[in-house]
Design a protein around this ligand. Structure first.
Ligand code: ZN
Length: 432
């Protein structure tokens, strides 16, 4: 409905306001450019930044989003290099593919006994990988406060723990743990090593024989170290092991990573630029929340009741609903629909009367009371019963359940009542 307020529509669509999106995109752009140490834009932005601070002309102007982003991220340490690291290594390093085993016979939640899990895993190792050197890796991140990584060579009981910059994502921290483990294998001349990690996403990336040059620089470094290992005729294979199920080596390295976050050796590596994207995302959500809290008090309160916290996707995302259901439910959510009460409110109708004689025809009247719809309502209530809907009900309560079946029943109720709240209200009202 055209009468629906813009702030509520944006929240429904999961799209932040334009002025916030502009700064968000500028931040993502600048972070990427900052990762290239010789990018020509950076010194130009530096000059413009100084001009903006000193020139009277800029005092009355809005600061450009690129300068806001530049000021925010310039001091933040990220990995910088003249070009993508991938292209500085031999071409064949990008095609290194080491064996990765994702099937150790254990899945998270399969076995409740830590002792049994450990036994199964140790049996799996001794049967499939006997007489090898086992190196466990893990990382730890506590909110935005601390990040650590560690590896643990269980045969030799040697471990190393690292304290990382707090901007590292957990994925990148896992990468550092594996990178340090591979460097250790090379330095210690371990001929046949098995690296055991609980990071499925990292091992999936490593199992891909073709590297993406745009992957994190740490992935390129890992591939390069693996390339060196292959040239030395050493062997490294990877095994995925579920975390927190009692596998002794994994539990040990988990503790070491947590300790590393507090008192480990300071790592020489800086976070990849892409790790700061999540910060851009949290910033835009925070700013949007402040604006939504304020603006929804003026307009859009019905949506604020259902969606007090804005998210970056629409409410129907992934729900597999047809267009009719999405439109009907969307109009019921916003309260901006063709029911007489709303049409009266926006001065399209002279009154809010229902065809049954009731003086206020809104969503709840149609759903709960209107005698003209008693037959359809009986079917609807039977359907609600099958979904164990607790009584008493009203439209806001039903919509807040976010139950896909209930949403479908409500949309069907309006359709079967020949009462399409988005197109036709003639059945319920004879008084335009
Ligand atoms: Zn009625």
């Amino acid at each position: 409905m055209r009468s629906c307020p813009t702030n509520a529509l944006l929240v429904e669509a999961g799209i932040p306001p334009l002025h916030l999106r502009r700064i968000y995109l500028a931040k993502k752009f600048i972070i990427k450019k900052l990762s290239f140490s010789r990018h020509p834009l950076i010194p130009l932005l530096g000059q413009l930044n100084i001009k903006i601070q000193n020139s009277p002309y800029w005092r009355r102007k809005t600061i450009p989003p690129l300068i806001i982003a530049y000021r925010f991220f310039f001091e933040i340490p990220i990995h910088r290099s003249p070009s993508l690291l991938y292209f500085t290594f031999p071409l064949s390093a990008g095609f290194i593919s080491n064996a990765v085993n994702f099937d150790c016979g254990l899945e998270k939640g399969d076995v409740n006994s830590p002792v049994l899990s450990n036994l199964i895993f140790q049996n799996f190792l001794s049967l499939n990988y006997p007489n090898k050197d086992y190196i466990y890796t893990d990382a730890s991140k506590t909110g935005t406060q601390t990040v650590g990584a560690a590896f643990y060579h269980s045969n030799a009981q040697i471990s190393c723990k690292f304290k990382l910059n707090t901007k590292f994502s957990i994925f990148s921290a896992e990468c550092i743990a594996v990178l340090e483990a591979i460097k250790y294998v090379l330095q210690s001349h371990i001929a046949d090593a098995i690296i055991i990690s609980d990071s499925k996403s990292l091992l999936s990336t490593l199992s891909n024989p073709i590297s993406n040059p745009n992957n994190s620089y740490i992935i390129s470094l890992i591939k390069y170290e693996l390339y060196k290992i292959t040239n030395e005729n050493y062997s490294v294979s990877f095994i995925w092991c579920p975390s927190h199920i009692g596998v002794r080596g994994n539990e040990t390295v988990d503790l070491l990573a947590k300790e590393g976050a507090l008192n480990g050796e300071n790592s020489m590596y800086q976070p990849p630029y892409s790790d700061l994207y999540s910060e851009c995302r949290s910033q835009i959500l925070e700013e949007w929340q402040i604006e939504w809290d304020y603006s929804s008090k003026i307009k859009g309160s019905a949506i604020a009741a259902l969606q007090p916290v804005p998210i970056l996707r629409p409410w129907f995302d992934g729900l597999q609903l047809d267009r009719h259901t999405i439109v009907t439910i969307g109009r019921l959510r916003t309260g901006h629909n063709c029911l007489p009460r709303h049409l009266n409110k926006i001065k399209i109708k002279n009154n809010a009367h229902c065809a049954c004689g009731h003086d206020c025809c809104d969503e709840n009247h149609v759903l709960l009371e209107c005698p003209l719809l008693s037959h359809q309502r009986a079917i609807l209530y039977r359907n609600f019963k099958s979904q164990n809907v607790a009584l008493p009900i009203n439209m806001s309560y039903l919509l807040s359940l976010n139950n896909i079946n209930i949403l479908k029943y409500i949309a069907h109720f309006f359709k079967s009542s020949s009462f399409k709240c988005h197109t036709n209200f003639s059945l319920l009202s004879n008084n335009p």
